[in-house]
Design a protein around this ligand. Structure first.
Ligand code: AMP
Length: 547
């Protein structure tokens, strides 16, 4: 058992990860494309058989691309992939294309035995560790060339060809494994932005999941290259984190100009005279375009050398209003509580349910058969939904779809009875999540849903995981039924239904229920809605006073 103390700054949580293989099977190690393909096709056919009765059940494959020498940063990606996928593949490949002629390709740490052990303890299903010939990295080679504006800035200035090399190998790995999700660290923010762009530009069918930077207690971001540092250098290197914090403090005090933020960071960096600064820059985190000031969001990125070791780190600065994301199992009272919290904090309640209802209304209105998923996907991709707080705060929100107000029309029995069939369609979810995220750019909202804090708003300032025992949820549901004058269902039956629903919700392929690592759990057994609301409002003020 390897114990890895993890510290994820920014979200303010400490995790002590004990990675154990609960699967009781040894991690498979493949070094050839043929064996990997064989394994994947077996996984997919097994999953097809298992998922036959409910296509929604989780069948996904998650890929974590690495260059090996695994540390707790890599393990956090693996842990996240483990939570969200049926099969987790870790690739280990020291990619020659991303090293310059004077860089450390030959000396880069190669620790396959140790990596294999760590993967096993982390419950990885298979490692793919091909050599250069096996992966077909020959010369000449077809390469993926991301936009120059993204590869020639920041690290690209001193590492020409590096990101093209990364993009080429990551694209190869994505094509080979064809995962539903692939996991990358925010520490390598330029790499993450470029991969997102490549995936979008080439229409690769994969979700790229960015994961927070894992640090040691001093704040130094974990990196395989930290092995090159002496104990003293590791202490000195922590100045990089301190300098990001100095810029953050200036930002929080109202400074939004790039020059001033960069100066605040450099002033701190200069405290360690042997550190050579390569760059300190403010860019947009998605496009990497240099910014004169932080409008909605900016990324302050640093590269510096200690001796011959090159270190990078970054911090995201946001001016947007906060987002409160409330996840939790069905029946824990998410939507009632979210409405009340929004009202108490003067934020907008983002009624995601109303969005699915609005689309359902449109589908019914246009007479599209519910099983014509392609036509519904087409409609979902084009539709425009607007939400606005109604003047009467007691009332639900006003809702428009394609400029037509449907506030009342979406509450009919017909819409209610069909909405779950529409919401279960992956293309619908994808389209509506994109709309939710675009509202999220401005912030100032409270949203609830099964995966709102883990998937839709992973950067939410406050994440709440609202839960209640199965017994309590069954009791609440029985009361609801009684109020609605519906037939009495026994508590035993309701408890069985809820347990089954919990299992399905947490193993869904689309939007599985997970508790985010940085969520605050509130157990609501015996608490009134007002008490839960008050508890969340308190968490909000406490969390925001730290930001
Ligand atoms: P590498 O092995 O350096 O290519 O890294 C493999 C993946 O792990 C990349 O997506 C990195 O961004 C990620 N990673 C490396 N260090 C950390 C860290 N300290 N925290 C989170 N992710 C990391």
């Amino acid at each position: 058992m390897v114990k890895v103390p993890l510290l994820v700054h920014g979200s303010d949580i400490k995790l002590t990860g004990e990675y154990s293989n609960n699967w009781g099977i040894l991690v498979r190690l493949f070094t050839t494309v043929a064996a990997l393909r064989c394994y994947l096709s077996l996984c997919r056919s097994d999953q097809r058989a298992e998922g036959a009765e409910g296509a929604e059940l989780r069948q996904a494959i998650g890929l974590v691309p690495t260059m090996g020498a695994l540390h707790a940063g890599h393990l956090s990606l693996i842990q996240r992939a483990r939570q969200e996928n049926a099969t987790v593949i870790v690739s280990i490949f020291v990619n020659p294309l991303q090293f310059g002629p004077t860089e450390d390709y030959q000396h880069y740490p190669r620790l396959l035995d140790q990596d294999r052990q760590l993967c096993e303890q982390a419950g990885v299903d298979a490692i793919f560790a091909p050599n250069v010939q096996e992966l077909g990295v020959t010369s000449p080679l077809t390469q993926v060339v991301p936009p120059d504006a993204m590869t020639s800035v920041l690290c690209g200035r001193t590492r020409p060809g590096h990101f093209q090399g990364v993009a080429t190998i990551v694209t190869k790995l994505l094509n080979l494994v064809q995962p539903e999700r692939a996991y990358f660290g925010q520490k390598d923010a330029q790499q993450l932005a470029i991969i997102r762009r490549v995936v979008a530009d080439l229409n690769l069918p994969v979700e790229i999941v960015g994961c927070p930077t894992v640090r040691v207690a001093s704040g130094l971001a974990l990196s395989s290259r930290n092995q090159y540092l002496s104990v003293e250098q590791k202490e000195q290197a922590a100045v990089i984190y301190r300098s990001l914090q100095a810029a953050l403090q200036a930002f929080q005090a109202g400074e939004d100009r790039g020059t001033a933020l960069i100066a605040a960071s450099k002033a701190e960096l200069m405290m360690v005279s042997c550190l050579q600064i390569e760059y300190v820059e403010l860019v947009h985190p998605t496009t990497l375009v240099p910014l004169e000031k932080v409008e909605e969001t900016g990324m302050l990125a640093i590269a510096a050398r200690l001796g011959s070791t090159r270190l990078i780190d970054n911090i995201i600065l946001r001016t947007r209003q906060p987002i409160v994301a409330i996840d939790g199992p069905a029946g824990a009272g998410k939507s009632t509580v979210a409405r009340q919290v929004a009202q108490a904090l003067g934020l907008l309640y983002l009624d995601t349910g109303a969005m699915y209802r609005a689309l359902t209304w449109l589908v019914l209105q246009l007479g599209i058969p519910l099983d014509d998923k392609c036509a519904i996907a087409e409609l979902a991709s084009h539709c425009q939904i607007q939400l606005a707080a109604s003047a009467d705060q007691q009332n639900s929100q006003r809702v428009w779809i394609n400029d037509r107000e449907v506030t009342h029309a979406i509450r009919t029995l017909e819409v209610t009875s069909q909405v779950s069939a529409i919401a279960a369609q992956p293309a619908v979810r994808q389209a509506l999540v994109l709309q939710q995220q675009s509202w999220g750019q401005k912030g100032g909202l409270v949203a609830e849903g099964r995966d709102i804090g883990t998937h839709v708003f992973p950067d939410a300032e406050l994440k709440i995981f609202l839960t209640a025992s199965v017994k309590e949820r069954a009791r609440r549901r029985q009361l609801d039924f009684q109020h609605q004058g519906q037939v009495d269902v026994s508590l035993d039956q309701l408890e069985r239904d809820i347990t089954e629903r919990d299992w399905k919700d947490s193993t869904r392929n689309v939007a599985p229920l997970q508790k985010a690592a940085d969520a605050i759990e509130i157990q609501t057994d015996g608490l009134s809605v007002a008490q839960v609301t008050a508890a969340i409002v308190k968490c909000y003020h406490k969390r925001l006073s730290k930001h």
